[in-house]
Design a protein. Structure first.
Length: 189
């Protein structure tokens, strides 16, 4: 499957995004032909982590979330990392940006702790998703059904549990981004 001509937004927190959950989708999407733009709460660089505690790498940010709009992109990926996801969900601009992807029916991927951002955006009611297991209660309280699966797709929303699931997550992201808009994606906004 090719993503030639598609532009994908990839969120990163200024600190605390899980390294493989950022770098592996970035690589997979680029190899599939997509243009990937790294978006954060600020410009400059972001420092990732490994296993939430060990330092990762520094990554260049292309744009601050306030300088872009969802209509400039064909899809969105939100990596996890406990601190990273918590930082992203606390930013009103990030939450609005995420909500706009759902309102437009555009495919979104979220892995590990990233569904916290989806909860904050209020887009999970009636959905079936997976995540890091400790988010099960949060997801259920947000009106979604939680399943323990490697990857779960629900009308353009792709979710996975942890870095071990990245091969399946990346493959499904490419498939959903290639398909494009999903009218049912907007049902939960």
């Amino acid at each position: 499957m090719t993503l030639d001509g598609k532009t994908i937004a990839l969120l990163i927190s200024p600190r605390g995004t899980e390294e493989p959950e950022f770098t592996q989708p970035l690589t997979a999407l680029r190899e599939a032909g997509a243009t990937v733009r790294v978006i954060s709460t600020q410009t400059g660089t972001a420092r990732s982590v490994n296993g939430d505690l060990d330092p990762g790498s520094e990554h260049q940010i292309d744009s601050a979330v306030g300088a872009v709009k969802a209509d400039q992109f064909d899809g969105l990926v939100i990596p996890g990392g406990t601190v990273g996801a918590d930082t992203l969900r606390a930013d009103e601009g990030v939450v609005a940006f995420v909500r706009d992807f759902f309102a437009a029916g555009k495919p979104v991927g979220a892995i590990c702790h990233a569904p916290w951002v989806l909860i904050e955006a209020g887009v999970l009611k009636g959905r079936t998703i997976t995540s890091y297991p400790s988010l099960k209660t949060d997801i259920t309280n947000a009106g979604a059904s939680w399943v323990d699966k490697e990857v779960m797709t629900d009308s353009g929303l792709v979710t996975s549990r942890n870095p071990d699931d990245l091969p399946a997550f990346c493959a499904k992201l490419i498939e959903e981004f290639a398909e494009g808009r999903h009218k049912a994606q907007a049902r939960s906004v």
